[in-house]
Design a protein around this ligand. Structure first.
Ligand code: FES
Length: 319
């Protein structure tokens, strides 16, 4: 099957918090490729940008795809184009679904969603309800009640005691303290999707949980894909093991960006350290791993170059 295919915009509806529901269907009326909870598709915007959005709903035999798109006025333009320029009936290119945020089996789940980061978690919760697995809790953080998309849908799916709703009213001093939920490691799995600072918070508080028990994704939830913490970044050099070529990496650029600017062709997807597409081999040097997926064993020999950096002047990589 080809990676990209055409769909028709069937509906575009405004939801809470500058979020838009986009319903896409097949012009032929045929069923669309199935998907599993946590999957996303890539959407090509009218101006040729590619953006990832999580698929909402039951993906077993879909006759349409539902996306929740946050209009990011200060973003890189993709979401604004989709929301403002796409017309009902217009054809757009999308990719087949992929899943970098699999819902694995666990006895217990903790879901943590920030804003539009709720979308992959909606599909997960729907799936758990469908299989009668009710041992989960959701922490859903938004700016205010009026800016909380999908709340009514959630309240139909889950019991009030399964939901912690938190609103920060736009102030960092009102942000939720995750520690009471994370202090005691559990046997279960945590799935966290939201803005980068929220994921950094959760990552920082779960170092004592079993490796692999905390999963992250931030497609569409961060206004930009800049490195999560550029403070203290330094420039360094990447040496390509195969050719011996040296590539300077600027202090304000990721390895991926710098290599691409110097003519190296490399794959990427999320560009936020949560999917694994940009993985390359780490040969030597002292890496500064900033991703959300590599465990300590893999960090010895692999690095995600969309986000991780180097603590040493030279990092020898291979791709
Ligand atoms: S592109 Fe997804 S982890 Fe780097």
């Amino acid at each position: 099957m080809q990676k990209y295919f055409s769909l028709i915009v069937k509906e575009k509806n405004s939801l809470e918090g500058d979020v838009y529901q986009l319903i896409l269907c097949n012009p032929s009326g045929d069923l669309l490729p199935s998907f599993t909870p946590g999957s996303h598709i890539e959407v090509k915007t009218p101006n040729g940008l590619y953006r990832h959005y999580s698929l909402i709903g039951d993906g077993k035999s879909p006759n349409q795809y539902e996306l929740g798109i946050k209009k990011m006025a200060n973003g890189r333009g993709g979401s604004v184009e989709i929301v403002d320029d796409l017309l009902i009936g217009q054809e757009i290119q999308v990719s087949v679904p992929e899943n970098f945020f699999h819902l694995d089996h666990a006895n217990e789940y903790l879901f943590i969603a920030g804003g539009i980061g709720i979308t992959p978690i909606l599909s997960m919760i729907k799936h758990l309800q469908d299989i009668n697995h009710h041992n989960f809790h959701l922490i859903y953080c938004t700016r205010s009640l009026a800016q909380t998309p999908y709340l009514n849908y959630l309240l139909e799916l889950i019991k009030p005691e399964q939901l912690t709703l938190h609103h920060d009213e736009g102030s960092t001093s009102n942000q939720i303290d995750f520690w009471p939920y994370l202090a005691e490691p559990k046997e279960g799995l945590i799935y966290c999707c939201g803005p980068s600072p929220m994921m950094e918070d959760v990552k920082g508080m779960t170092g004592h949980w079993d490796e692999g028990s905390v999963r992250f994704e931030d497609f569409g939830s961060s206004p930009t894909k800049l490195p999560m913490s550029s403070e203290g970044n330094t420039s360094f050099e990447v040496k390509h093991a195969k050719t011996g070529n040296n590539y300077p990496i600027a202090q304000d650029k990721t390895i991926l960006e710098s290599l691409r600017e110097q003519g190296v062709s490399l794959s990427s997807s999320c560009e936020s350290g949560t999917c694994g597409t940009c993985l390359v081999r780490l040969i030597s040097g002292e890496p500064d791993h900033r991703d959300f997926i590599l465990d300590s064993t893999r960090q010895q020999s692999e690095i995600l170059i969309c986000i991780s950096r180097s603590k040493s002047p030279v990092l020898v990589l291979d791709w």
